[in-house]
Design a protein around this ligand. Structure first.
Ligand code: GLN
Length: 248
C-alpha cells in the first residue's frame, strides 16, 4: 500500500508545529510498511485531484491567510472541489480550517473568500475582541481529542456540516454553541493545534484508514506501540482539565 499526501503551503500555513501532523502520518505509515509519498504544494503549484489520498493544510495568522487565499481559490479551488467529490480525505487546522469555509472576515474587517469545502463561515469581531487561547479537550466519537487553540475568528456551521466533536474544555468553534471543528464528506476541519495528531493517534489512524480505503478498499491498520503518544495524550488531558478547574 501507498499513501500519497499533499501538504498545502507548508511554509506559509504552519504554526504551533502543525507540520508535526505530517511527521505523524509518515511515522504511522512507515511503521506498517505502507509507502509514504509527500508533495509540498505552494503558491502557483497546481493540485491534481487524482494524485492524492490525503491533503493537509495547517494554521496561520491573518497575514499569511491573506497571502494564500487567491491561490487557494483561483489555482487549486476547482481541483480541490473535485478531489472532495471523489471522497478524498482532507484535514485542515485553524487558519486553514477557516479558509475551507465560505469566507473568513479577518480582524481588520476584510473578507477572505474560502473554497467552500466545509459548510461554514468565520468572523473575527475585531482586534480588541478576546482571542480564544488555551488547551482544548473535545469529545470525539466516544473518546477525547486534546490540543491547543489560538484564534480570534468565530466559526459557525451551516446545515451541511456537523461538528467534529463537542467541547469538554476550551472554546471551540465560537465559544458559544459547544461545537468544535467541522466535518463534511471526508473533509475534517479543527482549531486544534498541538500539533494535533501525535497526541491523538486514534484520530490519526481514523484519517489514515479513510485515506487508504480510497485505493485499497476496507483497510485494517496494524496496531503500533503508542505508549509515548498515549502518555502525551493523558498529560495534555490532565493539564487541560486541571486549568479549567482553576479558572472557575
Ligand atoms: N488568523 C486566524 C484567527 O486568529 C487563525 C489563527 C491560527 O491559525 N492560529 O482567527
Amino acid at each position: 500500500m501507498k499513501l500519497r499526501l499533499a501538504h498545502l503551503y507548508p511554509k506559509l500555513m504552519n504554526i504551533y508545529g502543525d507540520r508535526g501532523n505530517i511527521m505523524c502520518f509518515e511515522r504511522r505509515c512507515r511503521g506498517r510498511e505502507i509507502e509514504f509519498e509527500l508533495d509540498e504544494l505552494s503558491i502557483g503549484d497546481a493540485f491534481d485531484p487524482g494524485a492524492y489520498d490525503l491533503v493537509f493544510i495547517g494554521g496561520a495568522q491573518d497575514a499569511e491567510q491573506r497571502r494564500v487565499v487567491d491561490d487557494l481559490r483561483d489555482v487549486k479551488g476547482e481541483a480541490l472541489q473535485e478531489y472532495v467529490e471523489r471522497d478524498g480525505v482532507l484535514l485542515a487546522v485553524c487558519g486553514g480550517y477557516q479558509l475551507m469555509g465560505a469566507y473568513y472576515r479577518s480582524a481588520d474587517g476584510g473578507e477572505l473568500p474560502g473554497v467552500g469545502l466545509l459548510d461554514l463561515w468565520t468572523e473575527h469581531p475585531g482586534p480588541d475582541a478576546k482571542r480564544f487561547i488555551g488547551n482544548v479537550v473535545i469529545e470525539w466519537e466516544g473518546e477525547t481529542l486534546v490540543g491547543f487553540e489560538n484564534h480570534g475568528g468565530r466559526t459557525h456551521l451551516g446545515p451541511r456540516a456537523r461538528p467534529l466533536g463537542s467541547v469538554v474544555t476550551g472554546f471551540g468553534n465560537n465559544g458559544d454553541d459547544g461545537g468544535e471543528g467541522a466535518v463534511c464528506r471526508n473533509v475534517y476541519g479543527t482549531y486544534l493545534h498541538g500539533s494535533l495528531l501525535p497526541k491523538n493517534p486514534r484520530f490519526a489512524d481514523h484519517l489514515l484508514a479513510l485515506a487508504l480505503a480510497g485505493e485499497n478498499g476496507d483497510v485494517r491498520l496494524a496496531p503500533l506501540d503508542d505508549m509515548v503518544e498515549e502518555q502525551a495524550h493523558a498529560e495534555a488531558l490532565r493539564l487541560a482539565t486541571r486549568r479549567s478547574i482553576i479558572r472557575r
